[in-house]
Design a protein around this ligand. Sequence first.
Ligand SMILES: *[C@@H]1O[C@H](CO)[C@@H](O)[C@H](O)[C@H]1NC(C)=O
Length: 273
Amino acid sequence: MRLLCALGLFLALLHVTSCLLIGAFNIQCFGTSKSKKTDVMATIKEIVLRYDIILIQEVRDKDGTVIQSLMDLVNQGSHQFRNISSGYLGPGSHKERYLFLYRDQTMTVTDSFQYDEGKAGDFNRPPYIVKFSSTQTAVTDFVLIPIHTSPSTAVEELKALVDVVKEAKRKWQNNNIMVLGDFNAGSNYVPMSKRPTIPLFNTNVFHWLIANNVDTTVSRTGNAYDRIVVTDDMYKGMNPHSAGIFDFKNQYALTLDEAKAVSDHFPVEVQIS
Ligand SMILES: *[C@@H]1O[C@H](CO)[C@@H](O)[C@H](O)[C@H]1NC(C)=O
């Protein structure tokens, strides 16, 4: 698989074809203090550089300074990323942004919108939906729906996601849709008994690329909190065997404490061919 992708990347340099890597990373409490830790930021930069698109969650950045310092860091040298982010979302004083970084050479953002379900909605942080376009993939236009649920309301939030999928499909007449992020879809937050009540778990319509037995946590709690789910149409453009976590602790030979200083989650990722 790795060889195939390397070949794809080589061909991309010849402007023929490629496979793009998409990731979703909950960078635990990513705010000013973390953005000033040089070692942590160096690791985050390395991780970002793996991807053509990466969704970052838990961005605790009211005025955009954290995003700006991350952009400055990843754009040193020849790598060119752009960003698009949601507003500052969430109840009370705990707010976060959804942040997408994407490679300028391979991707463009063609549209976006903030999902609005009114004041009494199910979501703590309603998805900020982004439509991407790429000339280098079989599926040239596709939609990413980010979600970071709250543990205590994860079941209700996951139930409501199907409406967001419908809304994106209706708005853009596009059914190439991927839902990704920290679903909190593990432990007793989303017990097995509740799963049949969640339309997104209807496997006739949706494909779960990160299975229940994948551990997405750095401290090895055994939980598949972070997920990537795609529609049937999107699935046709995926390379499902490439889906998994990116274990940056092992890959970069970090100690457990060094890895935990970055996040309590590993990124989850998948290739589009
Ligand atoms: C990042 O997003 C901000 C806010 O939209 C924008 O002002 C800035 O130009 C973006 N930077 C890059 C490199 O995309």
